[in-house]
Write a protein that binds this ligand. Structure first.
Ligand code: GLV
Ligand code: MN
Ligand code: MN
Length: 572
């Protein structure tokens, strides 16, 4: 029989404990202590409290909780060989960590794991340091409880599952060289990228958008019209391009969540007092060309014609790639939006970090986005014989770069909340027996405020100059991106906060270390973002990036709520 939160809140202590008894095997104290915080406004709040109770238990009690978990029960699909392997690995696991292997038997969408997935997970976790695995085991226990709670309380996850499925389907498109390896890579205007745009357009039409099109930079633009033609517009969206060997949710979540909202509005035959423009931005990651934010930048008139001469790794210019894709370069200036006709911009994004995951919170409201600057750097020294050139006569471009990389690490760490990364690094035409005469690398520097970022940049560039001077090297520097820190607009941040609170989800505010399309729109209109918890400790720019359909659904409900509240606030 399905329980309700009202029943749980109203029941006597024993009856209420019995309703939660199933969640944490042989550990009734978790439910008992949790119930002291009744009444609960939502299952999300109840789950947060369950975690809180476990987190504040003493270490021995937590260990006993892990030890009390039964071995994975359902092994019916295992072949005899797979079962033998599972048993060996499990024995190895409990010898290594001193507790049984605990795993939620379902994936983030709630689909049962295959034997191979279970074995792969066990193998991966055997590599964890003991303290990390202790945390993973506890999180698996909480996820098992979440799945059971959803079942016991009859949660309908169809919205979250549909959004999850769109991600899965879109991830079938990947660039050559990666697709063959089962990796997801979608860079600007490749065939896979254009196929993504077509798929998103088609889904938008099916959702009931009134107008769907692909604009002159490749953005997919869907409009759901207001109840009157001269109404203002709310813009939302995120990007559909990816980094190399990416996760499936970065960017795309911010397209699919509002798509699901429009589908719901359309199903209900409901019109809003504002137009809703949902944009799948064509490019945000800066992978194929040095220029970045090509999609959202074009909407604020920030597309520079000199970018058209930039070349990708194959020597194809941006101009040629755009022409090949059938995009009309001459139409780009007309993409610029008249900000006075817009209410603002909102964006949903996977957090891409560990904060919500560690706190056991499904959603977070963004307070600001860190500012960033990117450069491509070339250092020139002298290529010469690696066997005959004495160490004190070398002009080695790679060791200079190594020196700079260590400086960047030290200098960024000094601020506490600045970050600096050399993510691309090569010795072009290098050989094993040649002292590097050239080194090319990228520099990505970020900080929560522009002055802090600029101080970091100044120090790093001064160090680059000093290193090259000392080592007798020459360098060139090309700034490829500069984005100002983007504090959320207070009124729009408050709208997200109200929407999250209305779902009974504990409110958590946090800054964004990652860059987002919202930074570009920020230059012309108010913006605020909502973060969704990532699984696997929030890892991102990695194929292990993941999120559950439970959390996705909460994000969709929060957006629906925000849209409704905004409708009530907007004059009809
Ligand atoms: C975008 O993903 C970024 O680099 O922050
Ligand atoms: Mn990204
Ligand atoms: Mn992103």
């Amino acid at each position: 029989m399905v329980s309700t939160l009202e029943q749980l809140n109203a029941a006597g202590d024993d009856a209420a404990a019995a309703m939660l008894d199933n969640l944490y095997a042989q550990s009734p104290w978790v439910a008992r202590q949790t119930l002291q915080a009744r009444p609960f406004r939502s299952l999300a709040q109840l789950q947060h409290q369950l975690r809180h109770v476990v987190d504040r238990a003493d270490p021995d009690t937590r260990l006993a909780l892990i030890r009390a978990q039964p071995e994975l029960a359902d092994v019916t699909d295992f072949t005899p060989d797979a079962l033998t392997r599972l048993q060996q690995l499990r024995a190895h696991y409990s010898d290594r960590f001193g507790f049984p292997f605990v795993l939620a038997g379902r994936d983030p969408r709630g689909v049962p794991l295959t034997p191979q997935q279970i074995i792969d997970e066990l193998v991966r976790r055997l590599d964890n340091p003991a303290d990390v695995e202790h945390q993973e085991a506890l999180r698996s226990i909480h996820r098992i409880a979440e799945i059971r709670l959803g079942g016991d309380f009859g949660i309908d996850l169809s919205t979250g599952n549909d959004i999850w499925d769109w991600h899965e389907a879109l991830s079938q498109h990947s660039d050559p060289g990666y697709a063959e390896k089962g990796q997801l890579t979608v860079t600007y205007l490749t065939d896979a990228h254009r196929a993504c745009a077509q798929r998103i357009s088609q889904w938008m039409r099916e959702c009931g958008f009134d107008e769907v099109g692909i604009d002159a930079v490749g953005n997919v633009v869907g409009r759901y019209r207001a109840d009157r033609a001269d109404a203002p517009t709310l813009m939302t969206g995120s990007h559909y391009d990816t980094v190399r060997n990416a996760g499936k949710y970065d960017g795309r979540l911010g397209i699919f969540v509002p798509m699901a909202c429009v589908r719901e509005l359309h199903r209900q035959g409901q019109r809003l007092p504002y137009h809703l423009e949902v944009i799948g931005f064509a490019e945000e990651e800066g992978q194929r060309y040095r220029a970045t934010f090509l999609g959202s930048g074009a909407l604020i008139g920030d597309f520079k014609s000199e970018w058209l001469d930039q070349k990708d790794a194959q020597g194809i210019t941006l101009r040629d790639a755009m022409q090949h894709a059938g995009l009309r370069i001459d139409d780009i200036p007309a993409l610029r939006r008249d900000a006075s006709r817009y209410l603002g911009f909102i964006e949903v994004h996977i957090e891409q970090g560990p904060v919500l995951f560690e706190m056991g919170l499904p959603l977070g409201v963004v307070t600001s986005i860190n500012g960033s600057v990117r450069y491509m750097v070339q250092i020139f020294g002298m290529a010469c014989h690696a066997g005959t050139t004495p160490m004190d006569r070398r002009r080695d471009a790679a060791t200079a770069t190594a020196e700079l990389a260590l400086y960047v690490e030290r200098r960024a760490a000094q601020d506490g909340d600045s970050v600096g990364t050399i993510g691309m690094l090569e010795v072009p035409n290098g050989s094993i027996n040649v002292v590097p005469g050239e080194c090319r690398f990228s520099l990505d520097l970020r900080a929560p405020s522009d002055p802090q970022r600029d101080a970091l940049v100044n120090d790093v560039l001064a160090e680059l100059a000093a290193i090259c001077q000392r080592r007798g090297l020459r360098y060139t520097l090309e700034e490829t991106m500069r984005a100002a820190a983007a504090p959320s607009d207070p009124a729009w941040q408050l709208r997200w906060e109200r929407a999250v609170d209305a779902l009974g989800v504990p409110l958590y505010r946090m800054p964004s270390g990652a860059g987002h399309d919202a930074m570009k729109l920020h230059e012309v209109m108010p913006q605020a973002m909502l973060f969704v918890r990532g699984q696997n400790a929030g890892i991102s720019h990695n194929p292990r990036e993941s999120t559950t359909s439970d959390d996705i659904q909460l994000a969709a409900f929060a957006m629906q709520r925000l849209l409704d509240d905004l409708a009530n606030d907007t004059p009809h």
